[in-house]
Design a protein around this ligand. Structure first.
Ligand SMILES: [Mg+2]
Length: 127
């Protein structure tokens, strides 16, 4: 689905650089404040919800090609704004995600969380 003249993006670093160049070429840096980017990200997440709106759980797992393409494009928008936001705040996305997964693993020990969807504060406590 990548246009033939579009350079391949094979890492978050490459994506970040490509988004930077995209913004710089259009002199959009002044609009890309953290506040504005968070708002744009939120809008894109809402747009990602739209193709799923009113679907049954089963339908949401079997999207038709048009629905799947809509989801694909909105996921890309979310990733682009998230990457740009992290770039401006000097946050390493992969490092932040790895750190949060470690935190979540402590909050949701396998022996307590496996097979249920309880919030960590509702999991059985050790005595
Ligand atoms: Mg969008």
């Amino acid at each position: 689905m990548r246009p033939m003249n579009s350079p391949r993006i094979d890492s978050l670093d490459t994506l970040r650089a490509r988004i930077r160049a995209f913004a710089e070429a259009r002199a959009w840096e002044r609009y890309h404040t953290p506040k504005n980017l968070v708002m744009a990200l939120t809008v894109e997440v809402a747009e990602l919800q739209e193709p799923f709106q009113w679907l049954t759980p089963e339908q949401s797992q079997a999207l038709d090609p048009a629905q799947r393409e809509a989801v694909r494009q909105e996921i890309a928008d979310v990733l682009i704004y998230l990457t740009r936001l992290a770039d401006l705040l000097d946050i390493d996305l992969l490092d932040a995600a790895a750190h949060k997964l470690d935190i979540n693993a402590r909050k949701y020990p396998v022996e307590k969380a496996r097979g249920n969807a309880l919030k960590y504060s509702d999991l059985p406590q050790d005595d």
